[in-house]
Design a protein around this ligand. Structure first.
Ligand code: AMP
Ligand code: MG
Length: 414
């Protein structure tokens, strides 16, 4: 059986080789709801001039020639001021200084800034308590970026820092890839929509709520097809509907029960099934295939299995369909609060909480992780209480308290 790492690698290999390049469109950078947030850019973002465009003061104080204040105790004549957006039109000559404010350009002739905290105005002159090194409290023109430099490479996903950079360099319109359109289809005779009162043995459909949220968080555009019954003809019709989209995610119906028809129907529709089992819990019966030019995922229906397998397997495919490279799994290390003993020769992703307890005096703060009690992969409440998943590798299923362990943060939980 494939490890989860090998399964991810297969997905990346197949989707990179086969998926068509996404189409692009142009969006306004500035709008009330930042339209380009989460989009992947289709063109490099380039510096339109040097940054900063002028030698910029990063303190309130005085601009002067460092040779005039090589020793503490200099007294210089004040000849004007330079403020942000305006500057000073004259030149600072020997024996002179100019009042300067944060964000203002360094006047001609000056080569340094002395902080106002160490200076005292005395009539039309200023007394400097400290010596001034050349270039202090300045960011020189072009130090952050040179004109023509690639500031954000094509294929990057735009979040607040990237959008701020686009604003800084004047990209009022951004060429971005279209979001992949993702069809979501729940399966199971026991499922009813949230708006319906369930019968005694019925279950409200939650995967058609969690999956669109996860798709949106990962940068895709979700469409819920609905709930398919465990019945071949209707299931086939709804899967065919889902295949109109760029990617199809099914949940449920992939185990080995008598009413689990998803893999069978996918094969009847011509799906090349790449794998239908992964050595991971939750998530063992995950199906990944290629059907009519589209990636198709059959995720196990237990809500926590669906959540975990989406993060492990669907996200890299979505990244590639978005025009970006697949994000690595963001694993971090934390110290185990308790021993862990898992079984079954597969990797486990356990709902867990990471905390940063206040360390004893003099000790380094370290992340600490605690696996939460849970009733297994139907237990949504465990994930609600969790802020991460503790990864117990198949190669080492027993860990002691105090050992370092891998954790996968729960998306958008920090
Ligand atoms: P399955 O993967 O179809 O064998 O389903 C496994 C378990 O997950 C069963 O207890 C189902 O009732 C439950 N389940 C399947 N799909 C959903 C869903 N969309 N929402 C909530 N629970 C589900
Ligand atoms: Mg089912």
């Amino acid at each position: 059986m494939l490890s989860f790492e090998a399964a991810r690698a297969r997905i990346v290999e197949i989707v990179s080789a086969r998926a068509a390049a996404p189409a692009s469109e142009t969006l306004n950078l500035v709008s009330n709801s930042p339209a380009a947030f989460g989009r992947v850019i289709a063109k490099n973002i380039i510096a339109d001039r040097n940054y900063p465009p002028f030698d910029r003061s990063v303190r309130d104080g005085y601009a002067l020639r460092s040779a005039d204040a090589a020793e503490p105790g200099a007294r210089l004549r004040l000849i004007g001021e330079s403020r942000a957006g305006v500057g000073f039109s004259g030149t600072v000559e020997t024996g002179q200084c100019v009042r300067i404010f944060t964000g203002a350009p360094l006047p001609r002739g000056a080569n340094t800034v002395a902080m106002q905290e160490y200076a005292r105005g005395e009539g039309d002159s200023v007394f400097f308590e400290e010596a001034a090194r050349p270039g202090q409290h300045l960011v020189l023109a072009g130090a952050e970026a040179r004109i023509g430099e690639v500031m954000i490479p094509r294929g990057s996903r735009m979040s607040y820092a990237e959008l701020a950079m686009a604003a800084e360099v004047g990209c009022a319109r951004l060429e971005v890839y279209r979001r992949p359109r993702v069809a979501i289809l729940a399966t199971g005779d026991e499922l009813v929509p949230v708006s319906t009162t369930p019968g005694p043995y019925q279950i409200r459909d939650s995967n058609n709520v969690s999956l669109p949220t996860q798709v949106a968080l990962a940068g895709g555009s979700p469409t819920v097809i609905g709930i398919a019954p465990d019945e071949i003809t209707k299931l086939r019709a709804q899967i065919e509907q889902g295949l109109q989209f760029d990617l199809l995610i099914l949940s449920g119906g992939v185990s080995a029960g008598s009413y689990d028809f998803v893999e069978q129907v996918l094969r009847e529709l011509g799906t090349e099934v790449v794998f239908d089992a992964v050595a991971v819990r939750p998530g063992r019966p995950t199906v990944f295939g290629w059907c009519r030019g589209k990636p198709v995922f059959g995720l196990p229906g237990n809500p926590v299995s669906t959540m975990v397998t989406f993060e492990l397997f669907v996200v890299p495919a979505l990244d590639l369909l978005s025009g970006s490279s697949p994000r690595p799994l963001p694993l971090f290390k934390a110290r185990l609060a308790h021993p862990v003993n898992e079984k079954g020769g597969v990797a486990h992703f356990l709902p867990a909480r990471v905390t940063w307890p206040v360390p004893p005096a003099g000790a380094e703060p370290v992340a600490q992780v605690e696996a939460l009690f849970w009733e297994g992969s139907g237990d949504i409440g465990a994930v609600v209480r969790a802020n991460c998943f503790l990864l117990v590798h198949a190669s080492r299923l027993s860990l002691q308290a105090g050992e370092w362990a891998d954790i996968l943060p729960r998306r958008a939980s920090f």
